[in-house]
Design a protein around this ligand. Structure first.
Ligand code: HEC
Length: 189
C-alpha cells in the first residue's frame, strides 16, 4: 500500500492471473445502485404483469390497438346507412353513445329516448326521416329553430356517429312516452 491509498482500497488479494492482479475493491456506487434498482424494477414488473396480472397482457394491448385502428378507419369512411348500422352493432361505440346520450340528450328526449320536450326516438314516427343518415343529419346539424341543438360543433363527428349508432339501437323499441310526431315509417333499414 502506498501513502496515497485510502484504507481498504486497491488491497491486493495476492491473486495473479498471467500478470493481471486482483484487488478486493467495493463496487462503484453508481453500479451497485443500478443493480439494486434493476432487481427492484424486475420484481415489480413481474408481480404486475405475471403474478397479480394487474397490468394488461400483450394480447389485450394488441386487441385494444386493433379495435382503435378499426374505429379510426371507420371514422374516416364516408357516412352511409350501412356504416351507421354497422356501428350500431359495435358494443363499444354503442356504450359511448349511451353515455353521451344520458349526458346531452336525456333532458329533452328522456332517459331511454321515449321523448319529453323532444320527440320519442323509439317509435315509428319521424319528423326528419327514419334512415340512419337522416337521424345522423339531425343530430349533427340540429333543427335549431325547433329547439334541437346542433351537436357536431359541440361534440365532434366521432361522438355524433356514436350517438346516431346508439339512437339506432333504440329505434323501434316503442317505449311509452311522447306521442307520435311526424310520419309513420315501417320496415326501414
Ligand atoms: C334542448 C332540447 C334537446 C336536446 C338537448 C336534444 N334534442 Fe334532439 N330534438 C329536440 C327537439 C325539440 C326535436 C324536434 C325538432 C323538430 O321539431 O324538428 C329533436 C329532434 C331530434 C331527432 C329527430 C327526431 C325525428 O323525429 O326526426 C333526433 C334523432 C334527435 N333529436 C336526437 C338527439 C340527440 C342524439 C341528442 C343529444 C346529443 C339530442 N337530440 C338532444 C330537442 C332536443
Amino acid at each position: 500500500m502506498t501513502a496515497q491509498q485510502k484504507p481498504g482500497i486497491d488491497v491486493d488479494t495476492g491473486h495473479d492471473y498471467d500478470g493481471i492482479r486482483e484487488y478486493d475493491n467495493p463496487l462503484p456506487m453508481w453500479w451497485f445502485t443500478t443493480f439494486v434498482v434493476c432487481i427492484a424494477f424486475g420484481y415489480a414488473y413481474w408481480m404486475h404483469y405475471e403474478v397479480a396480472r394487474t397490468g394488461p397482457s400483450l394480447m389485450a394491448e394488441y386487441q385494444a390497438d386493433q379495435a382503435e385502428a378499426a374505429r379510426r378507419a371507420a371514422a374516416s369512411k364516408p357516412l352511409t346507412d350501412e356504416l351507421l348500422v354497422a356501428l350500431s352493432k359495435d358494443p363499444q361505440t354503442v356504450e359511448t353513445g349511451a353515455k353521451l346520450f344520458s349526458q346531452s340528450c336525456a333532458v329533452c328526449h328522456g332517459a331511454g329516448g321515449e321523448g319529453k320536450i323532444g320527440p320519442n326516438l323509439t317509435d315509428a314516427y319521424w319528423l326528419h326521416g327514419p334512415k340512419p343518415t337522416d337521424i345522423h343529419k339531425v343530430i349533427a346539424g340540429g333543427v335549431v329553430e325547433k329547439g334541437m341543438p346542433a351537436w357536431n360543433p359541440v361534440l365532434g363527428p366521432e361522438r355524433v356517429r356514436a350517438l346516431a349508432a346508439y339512437v339506432l339501437t333504440r329505434r323501434g323499441l316503442e317505449l311509452p312516452g311522447k306521442g307520435p310526431q311526424g310520419e309513420r315509417y315501417v320496415a326501414v333499414q
